[in-house]
Write a protein that binds this ligand. Structure first.
Ligand SMILES: Cc1ncc(COP(=O)(O)O)c(C=O)c1O
Length: 380
């Protein structure tokens, strides 16, 4: 996205973002209910099927990501499961990138295989492998815009072309790179997913997810999600709505800090390597510069091993070890112990997720405050 893209606003205080915790809504008569089901009237009857706070948030998320419609799910994993379980049937073929958030990998690699869905886990940054894997008959392709935790860009524009040609739905988990960083639908993706738990809500007080895409598909998935029992709590929707007006400024400030912290960490003792998409030595630096020059608020670096990571976490005074990301304050995590704990050690090793790997979610504090904490914690 360009730096000067229009700032997204969300709701304004006093303009309808009231908290509506009701689980059921009174209807005028039977005709009223039928009019809501037929989409002739906006209204609500049972909160699991829809409520005002979810509807307002969904409308704003659709606008944010440039899609026709959105649905809000009770977590990021709830959004992923709703879409996959809605679209895929036994015998269908799913191509998923080999680098994904650990629980997404486990969902596709274990639970979908148990449902007799054909799953191909492929390095989709390899052009030949992607062309071979995304062949006609493929039902879905699942990728992350910027992979968790190794921060590899997926070539979304190219994969969208391959998926569309094969008749497959390309879904992109855009949790690491929300607008103003990147809008996958602008690059041809069919569905965008977010863990709203992360930088979109931004204050570590919400657990939610969402899907954005064509209205016909989103309406169908909404029905399936309600049947599975997925309900997005009104208060979490309300809190996320509160966060939207500051999203643009929070993301830009965090990306700027992340770039500076990456440069700083490269010079510190004991650090074997730093991975950040804004650095020249990132393997897909050119793709990132073209489509996402803000380069994100996440970075990883590698220490010698687990003991060194443990010591660092003990020594950091202001940057806490918190197994999440996207807060306004900087946090650190250890993918081997948290996000990728459920993945086989050989797979982690192959992807470069080593015992010494530290993932940093960079916040919006004054940069000196962040760098000085790392400096004292890394000092011998
Ligand atoms: C990239 C990514 N996708 C999805 C999820 C799942 O989101 P949630 O924790 O809201 O279920 C996470 C959680 O860390 C994530 O990092």
């Amino acid at each position: 996205m360009s730096e000067d893209s229009e700032c997204f606003r969300g709701s304004t205080p006093g303009q309808g973002n009231d908290l509506s915790p009701s689980s059921v809504f009174r209807l005028r008569d039977l005709d009223h209910l039928e009019a809501i089901y037929a989409g002739k009237e906006t209204g609500y009857f049972y909160a699991r099927d829809g409520h005002p706070n979810a509807a307002m948030l969904a409308a704003h998320l659709a606008e944010l990501e440039g899609g026709e419609a959105a649905l809000v799910a009770p977590s990021g994993m709830g959004a992923i499961a709703s879409l996959l379980l809605h679209l895929l049937r036994p015998g269908d073929r799913l191509v998923a990138d080999a680098q994904l958030y650990g629980k997404t990998s486990t969902l596709v690699d274990r639970h979908l295989r148990e449902l007799r869905i054909e799953v191909a886990l492929v390095d989709l940054s390899d052009d030949a492998a992607a062309k071979e894997a995304i062949r006609p008959g493929t039902k879905m392709v699942w990728i992350e815009s910027l992979s968790n935790p190794m921060l590899r860009w997926s070539p979304i524009d190219h994969l969208a072309e391959l998926a569309t040609k094969a008749g497959a739905t390309l879904a992109v988990d855009n949790t690491f790179t929300p607008p103003p960083i990147l809008r996958p639908i602008d690059l041809g993706a069919h569905v965008v997913m977010h863990s709203l738990t992360k930088i979109i809500s931004g204050h570590s007080d919400v657990t939610l997810g969402c899907l954005v895409g064509k209205k016909s598909l989103i309406d169908e998935v909404k029905g399936t999600a309600s049947t599975f029992g997925y309900h997005a709590p009104a208060f979490d929707c309300w809190l996320t709505e509160r966060s939207l007006p500051t999203l643009d400024i929070r993301v830009r400030a965090a990306c700027d800090n992340a770039h500076k912290l990456a440069q700083f960490l490269r010079e510190q003792p004991g650090i074997k390597r730093v991975i950040y998409p804004g650095l020249n030595d990132h393997p897909e630096h050119a793709w990132g510069q073209r489509f996402a020059p803000l380069a994100g608020h996440m970075l990883v670096f590698e220490l010698a091993g687990r003991d060194e990571v443990n010591r660092l976490f003990q020594r950091l005074k202001h940057v806490p070890f918190c197994p999440s990301l996207g807060d306004v304050t900087t946090t650190v995590s250890h993918p081997v112990s948290t996000s990728h704990r459920t993945r086989p050690p050989e797979e982690r090793q192959q992807l470069g997720i080593t015992d010494g790997l530290v993932r940093v979610s960079v916040g919006v504090e004054p940069i000196k405050q962040i760098t000085s904490d790392f400096q004292q914690a890394l000092a011998k």
